[in-house]
Design a protein around this ligand. Structure first.
Ligand SMILES: CC(C)(COP(=O)(O)OP(=O)(O)OC[C@H]1O[C@@H](n2cnc3c(N)ncnc32)[C@H](O)[C@@H]1OP(=O)(O)O)[C@@H](O)C(=O)NCCC(=O)NCCS
Length: 136
């Protein structure tokens, strides 16, 4: 698997992967999220590509204080083969290269099955509650 920034040509495939992985929500059109991250100077979406095309993604960004990871996904047929770990490590390296000293991520309530994966890779419970407000 090669890892590279997505381009606008990959948007539809990434959106489909997120739908398949259960990461999309009706109020967050994936295409818009991808295009926003790709156009930011301190954010990107990394894609993992094998000979059949896009098989994994991770969105990564540095907000000036912390690094954040979103939309980590591996296509169903490739799970359990180390690709999720490689994508997360690529996101961590992207952040390190931009001066981030800590990376954080959010796991939706109900997606408890991924908690073991993150814990295995060194992600601890940060003991915080997240609050959010729409600005548009
Ligand atoms: C979460 C996800 C990205 C993991 O990707 P993956 O390619 O299947 O995981 P990997 O094969 O890279 O696993 C890496 C390591 O974690 C371990 N691991 C995986 N799932 C685990 C679990 N639930 N508990 C403990 N360890 C786990 C693996 O055994 C492997 O260990 P090793 O490196 O010592 O061999 C994938 O399952 C996925 O796309 N899920 C749906 C989307 C999703 O929920 N994303 C997270 C949003 S917060």
């Amino acid at each position: 698997m090669n890892i590279a920034d997505l381009t606008t040509d990959d948007v539809a495939n990434a959106a489909e992967l997120w739908r398949e992985a259960g990461l999309s929500r009706p109020w967050n059109p994936p295409e818009r999220d991808i295009e926003r991250a790709l156009s930011g100077e301190m954010s990107t979406v990394l894609g993992g590509f094998d000979d059949r095309g896009l098989v994994a993604t991770v969105m990564v960004g540095h907000d000036g204080h912390r690094g954040w990871v979103y939309y980590l996904a591996v296509t169903d047929r490739c799970r359990g083969t180390g690709l999720g770990k490689r994508m997360l490590e690529a996101a961590e390296q992207w952040l390190r290269e931009r001066g981030a000293v800590k990376v954080q991520l959010m796991v939706r309530s109900g997606n408890d099955s991924v908690l073991g994966f993150y814990e295995h890779l060194g992600y601890e419970d940060a003991d915080v509650q997240v609050r959010a407000k729409w600005l548009i």
